[in-house]
Design a protein around this ligand. Structure first.
Ligand SMILES: [Zn+2]
Ligand SMILES: [Zn+2]
Length: 145
């Protein structure tokens, strides 16, 4: 599993986790254990641009994480106004929904092809079309084919 803030990305049974490039929106998979110890940028296998891992979260994960952040902010504001009374200001606090702030994302994209990149001796997952067109190693940025 790989964790961002409160969201957890579940890896597939090969230990790969799905990521998405913020620029070209391509999805691919990388080694989960590697990502957890990552101290450098990774490369998009399709456009070859290196970026920090936090720009590679799949869009549904980013959306959900943003929702939770919003709800938590609302909750904090509601808490802050609780018991706040003034003859000039009236604040009505609406009931706060309970938020499940632990998000776990099951691994999808099972149609991806699992490939071993020889340069880094690690596995990746790619859509068959991206594999056919050629790609970069997401670990070191080298052109694989
Ligand atoms: Zn890209
Ligand atoms: Zn490599």
């Amino acid at each position: 599993m790989t964790t961002i803030g409160k969201a957890t990305l579940q890896s597939d049974n090969e230990g790969l986790v799905t990521l998405q490039c913020d620029r070209c929106k391509s999805r691919f998979k990388m080694d989960c254990a590697y990502l957890n110890e990552l101290d450098r940028d990774i490369f998009c296998p399709i456009c070859g641009i290196s970026e920090s891992l936090n720009t590679f979260w799949p869009e549904e994960v980013v959306e959900e994480a943003a929702k939770v952040a919003m709800m938590e902010a609302e909750k904090m504001i509601a808490e802050a106004f609780k018991g706040f009374k003034s003859k000039h200001i009236k604040v009505k606090t609406s009931p706060v929904h309970q938020v499940d702030s632990q998000l776990t994302f099951k691994n999808k994209d099972y149609d991806m092809q699992s490939i071993k990149v020889v340069c880094c001796d690690k596995s990746i997952g790619l859509n068959p079309i991206d594999y056919t067109l050629g790609f970069y190693c997401p670990y070191c940025g080298r052109m694989v084919r």
